[in-house]
Write a protein that binds this ligand. Structure first.
Ligand code: NAI
Length: 335
């Protein structure tokens, strides 16, 4: 199948080219948007990533250009307009589980970097300053960690924190799972989680329910000094409210791999440009906010799995075999 792969980075190309497959993949560095969608004309399949634009206009333009399949090389599909998918008959496949460990381990990295002030201490060393004032963190053992969303990634995170660090893990999920319960995770309501947690880590998808789940009211109910980690999707946190929370000291640390307005910012080199996003600039100015640019998924193992599963999905579609990683508009409505 002829595939136009958008938002190509060198690591995407390497992982796709390392695999033997029957498809003809053309690599486009451009992000898929209304402006670039014309590049996909004549390609029966398009491969897109998390920050490609798959709103109604792009889906209709893809359909008019002959595209029949959108193969997402990511888990989240919150950026796809499924009404337009239903109208056009487009098929959408994704990669729901390439490496939950990659993301969960990165969430732990952000937590530890924030708690132990790694960026600040590293900056000091480069300035020949070995003073330790202001660098005290806290032991995680016996602290309460609140996990929001105990699916594949949240479960691994809960295991690492509970079994590895000896924390008490509490969780909120509308669909609790037995595996977490067996590990000793205590499911609680969201209010109780906000009130009891020393650390809160977000692992839920972005939906209407989770949009701005962490807003000013939620932050006001949290413990003073709470550390919040977000590797899920940016809009789960109301950024302005989080900034106010850091300024007031209610939030003691923020570890972010995703950002509410990251589209068009993350994944690209903007070093020759002026940063025009004032909210993001404010976040960058805090000593106790550690940010990575949506790299939680980026391990060699995950990249290999993403490429393998994406190509496998396309083979299923081409050969008419049922594809277990297909998302239909009906699935989306059921969520
Ligand atoms: P999953 O589908 O296995 O688990 C999601 C869990 O969240 C489910 O148990 C579900 O019941 C729960 N949930 C749904 N709505 C909720 C709500 N309002 N509040 C609390 N829990 C809720 O998904 P998985 O694989 O664990 O991924 C979680 C999210 O992580 C993805 O949706 C995606 O947005 C994000 N992600 C981020 C990556 C990164 O590189 N930063 C990479 C991969 C995923």
């Amino acid at each position: 199948m002829k595939v136009a792969l958008f938002s190509t980075k060198p690591y995407d190309r390497e992982s796709f080219e390392a695999i033997d497959h029957p498809h003809e993949v053309d690599f486009f560095p451009q992000r898929l948007t209304e402006d670039s969608v014309e590049l996909a004309r004549g390609y029966p399949a398009v491969c897109a990533f998390a920050n490609d634009v798959l709103g109604a206009a792009v889906i209709h333009a893809l359909s008019e250009g002959g595209t029949e399949v959108v193969a997402l090389r990511c888990a989240g599909c919150n950026h796809v307009d499924f009404d337009a998918v239903a109208e056009t008959g487009m098929r959408v496949v994704h990669v729901p589980a390439y490496s939950p460990n990659a993301v969960a381990e990165h969430a732990v990295t952000l937590l530890m970097a924030t708690n132990r002030h790694l960026l600040r201490s590293n900056r000091r060393l480069r300035d020949n300053n070995y003073g330790l004032h202001g660098l005290a963190g806290f032991d995680l053992v016996d602290k309460t960690v609140g996990v929001i969303g105990t699916g594949k990634i949240g479960t691994v995170f809960a295991r690492i924190l509970g079994a590895g660090f000896g924390t008490r893990v509490i969780a909120f999920d509308p669909y609790p799972n037995d595996h977490c319960r067996e590990m000793g995770v205590e499911y609680v309501g969201i209010e109780e989680l906000f009130q009891r947690s020393d650390v809160i880590s977000l692992h839920c998808p972005l939906t209407d329910d989770s949009h701005h789940l962490i807003d000013a009211q939620a932050i006001a109910r949290m413990k003073t000094g709470v550390v919040i980690v977000n590797t899920s999707r940016g809009p789960v946190i109301d950024t302005q409210a989080a900034i106010e929370g850091v300024k007031s000291g209610r939030i003691g640390g923020l570890g972010l791999d995703v950002y509410e307005h990251e589209g068009g910012l993350f994944f690209e080199d903007h070093s020759d440009e002026v940063l025009t996003d004032d909210l993001f600039a404010r976040l960058l100015g805090f000593q106790n906010v550690v940010i990575t640019g949506h790299q939680a998924f980026l391990t060699h193992e995950a990249l290999d799995q993403i490429a393998r599963q994406t190509l496998g999905n396309l083979t299923c579609i081409e050969t008419g075999t049922a594809c277990e990683r297909e998302i239909t508009p009906a699935d989306e409505q059921a969520d």
